[in-house]
Design a protein. Structure first.
Length: 463
């Protein structure tokens, strides 16, 4: 930063004013701009490639540079017609709270570092357990993503199962430890496999259970398990949105002493809707759960959530000690996640849930699911194949051959009216439409549907 005699507060306020003006313009325009960045915008990113400056820039100047070359090169995922990767928008309360969190600059590791961050994290976690109908006494922590939430649950399961076998994995590690079996469905998310690998369970060592035509684990193919088994279930298949039959599998697994973990990155939130709660029947019987609030609840990035029925197991698995750590009598976030120093995510999460309430959260889920149904109906009526049962907010559509489907997706993304991603599911190339944003309206759905159908007809007619 350039040398100056101005006060730190004056400099900070100047920077905030500059950022506020830019952010306001961005929010005003993002709903009407094309969703994907243009080629010119992407080319503009070259302006950031320069030698490390000898002298620092004024904050207002660098904010202007970010706006000039950065804003056009964003994807309008906070807009109304982004249907990719199950990415939610950012609720007004969440965005505003995020600004305040940046101003506070709190380390949410311990109460001594930030009483408010610790308290609001505890409140938000309790509210989530209520909303998702999970046991009231669950412990939990906030992490970056569902990948890390699943990792936290898996590591806790590893600790608890080995402890029952008389092995302390924290002290003695995995070398020579009693073996643990891992059971997964055939369509387990690739990032859940990554979490398993990070926890020391190789991708090739898991037992894979056959799935049905919608990607659900088949209960009739579920293997015999024991008290050194981790079972991984899905609440919301990443392609179809389908749910493993937890009501059948959980009682059988728990009766044998196995640990059941749920990858519920987005689908677990269906439990907050009276209309869709039946899909999550049985998942409350599990031992741990991983989910995201930056997907369906629209808390903004990043906001992963790990929940564990046995709080002692979680704290033991995440334990750390140091002479300078002096815990209070209350809950300490540092003992509930792999992280220590981290942003006060609980403030934004609290603001998100407080602004929605039970009714607002249910309405958000119901509306986005209705939008997905409308897109599926419209595309089917236009003559295109819907590959999945649209149970929540996920739609898979084929436009003919794999090449035709890929070309439709390329042109849709290039067109900019909306943005949808690609997938290959059960051997078939498909467009994956994920409706997750609070801001999407009926009009946005109709405009997007018309654009997709118009482009698809051009492609399939050879134009």
């Amino acid at each position: 930063m350039p040398a100056t005699t101005r006060s730190s507060s004056d400099l900070t306020l100047e920077a905030l004013h500059a950022a506020t003006d830019v952010a306001r313009r961005y929010v005003e325009r993002v709903g009407d701009r094309r969703v994907a960045a243009t080629g010119d915008a992407l080319a503009g990113l070259a302006q950031f490639h320069e030698p490390f400056p000898e002298r620092g820039a004024h904050a207002s100047d660098l904010i202007a540079t970010l706006d000039r070359f950065g804003s056009p090169a964003t994807v309008a995922s906070t807009g109304r017609r982004y249907f990719g990767f199950v990415i939610g928008g950012s609720l007004p309360a969440a965005m505003a709270a995020s600004w305040l969190v940046s101003a506070w600059n709190q380390n949410a590791a311990m109460r001594a570092m930030s009483p408010v961050a610790s308290e609001l994290e505890e409140v938000a976690l309790a509210w989530i357990c209520e909303a998702l109908h999970l046991p009231a006494g669950c412990a939990g922590g906030l992490v970056t993503s569902a990948t890390m939430a699943n990792f936290t649950g898996i590591v806790t399961a590893r600790y608890a199962l080995l402890a029952k076998a008389g092995w302390n994995v924290s002290d003695d590690g995995m070398f020579g430890a009693p073996p643990i079996d891992v059971v997964v469905g055939e369509e387990i998310h690739s990032l859940t496999l990554k979490a398993l690998a990070l926890a020391g369970f190789g991708r090739k060592r898991v037992k894979i259970v056959e799935t049905d035509g919608q990607g659900r684990m088949r209960a009739d193919k579920f293997p015999k398990v024991n008290d050194r088994t981790i079972v991984l279930l899905q609440a919301g298949n990443v392609n179809t949105g389908s749910f493993d039959p937890a009501h059948e599998i959980c009682p059988r697994a728990k009766a044998e002493g196995a640990w059941v973990h749920v990858d519920g990155a987005f689908g677990l939130w269906a439990a907050a809707s009276p209309k869709y709660r039946h899909l999550t029947r049985g998942f409350e019987l599990a031992d741990s759960w991983g989910t995201d609030a930056h997907k369906w609840p629209n808390a903004g990035y990043d906001s992963g959530i790990a929940l564990v029925r046995d709080g002692n197991a979680l704290r033991n698995a995440m334990s750390s000690t140091a002479a300078y750590l002096d815990p209070s009598a209350g809950r300490e976030p540092i003992y509930h996640t792999p992280d220590s120093s981290r942003r006060a995510r609980g403030v934004e999460l609290w603001a998100t849930l407080k602004s929605l309430g039970r009714a607002g959260l249910a309405d958000l889920i119901d509306r986005t699911c209705a939008h997905a149904q409308r897109l599926a109906v419209g595309l089917r009526e236009a003559g295109y194949e819907i590959l999945n049962d649209v149970v929540i907010n996920q739609v898979l559509v084929s436009f003919g051959t794999a090449d035709q489907t890929r070309e439709v997706m390329r042109r849709v993304q290039e067109d900019g009216t909306c943005w949808c991603g690609a997938t290959v599911w059960q051997g078939k190339t498909a467009m994956r439409i994920s409706v997750s944003s609070w801001a999407t309206t009926d009009a946005d759905v109709e405009v997007s549907l018309a654009a997709i159908v118009r482009i698809a007809r051009l492609v399939t007619s050879g134009s």
